[in-house]
Ligand binder design. Sequence first.
Ligand SMILES: Nc1ncnc2c1ncn2[C@@H]1O[C@H](COP(=O)(O)OP(=O)(O)O)[C@@H](O)[C@H]1O
Ligand SMILES: [Mg+2]
Length: 235
Amino acid sequence: MALITCKNLALSYEGRRVLEGVDFSLSAGDYLCIVGENGSGKSTLMKALLSLKSPDHGMISFGDGLRRTEIGYLPQQASISRDFPASVREIVLSGCQNSLGHRLFYPAAARHRAAEAMEKLGISHLARRPWQELSGGQQQRVLLCRALCATRRVLLLDEPVAGLDPVVTAELYGIIRGYNRAGMTVIMISHDMQAALSDATHVLHLDGRQVFFGPAEDYRASDAAGHLLGGACHA
Ligand SMILES: Nc1ncnc2c1ncn2[C@@H]1O[C@H](COP(=O)(O)OP(=O)(O)O)[C@@H](O)[C@H]1O
Ligand SMILES: [Mg+2]
């Protein structure tokens, strides 16, 4: 049974169509890499998957009892202020918001989950540090940790390695790969085609519409990949 299905999806901003003809489905444990030039609609599609944006037409459906609140999300960098006045622990805990309900404080289970995720990602020692003092790589690790607090099932990552050096990039890809191999479904937007394709099981290529969807090995041999790999592929 498909975990996530998009059928003939079309998305607009104030009447201006930015994406159409999106048709794909994913099973639990898949690793989808979404590629395409700047402005091709990648982040907008992610917002639709999170129900932050409603379709003009077409639909998104979840199977296997997946609920929207079980999706972890790492937003594109610019959407979190570099000066955000919070500690690492507070940012990670904010990934547990679904467990907050009408409570004022996070329940013990949420705090335990946050501590466990920080341990796994090797950032426990940073828990009390102010967010704005961390390096770019540490900040992305914290955001990944936050997303992992929200889910055991589906991770949405919008350009998680943008602006990071090759060593930190490889580390983050390694962490994401580990979670995927343990069963987490991953949907990642990336401009880093080579690295992304080595881990992804599927590729979705967008250009205001769906150019390609299918297994990663089919994508490598496709004309669409040749265009993106050979042409200007920038962040
Ligand atoms: N909040 C918004 N309001 C109006 N237009 C937007 C908004 N966000 C994005 N767009 C436009 O929608 C198109 C797709 O944007 P986006 O999904 O962010 O592309 P990508 O993530 O592939 O770079 C672009 O033309 C962009 O300018
Ligand atoms: Mg984007």
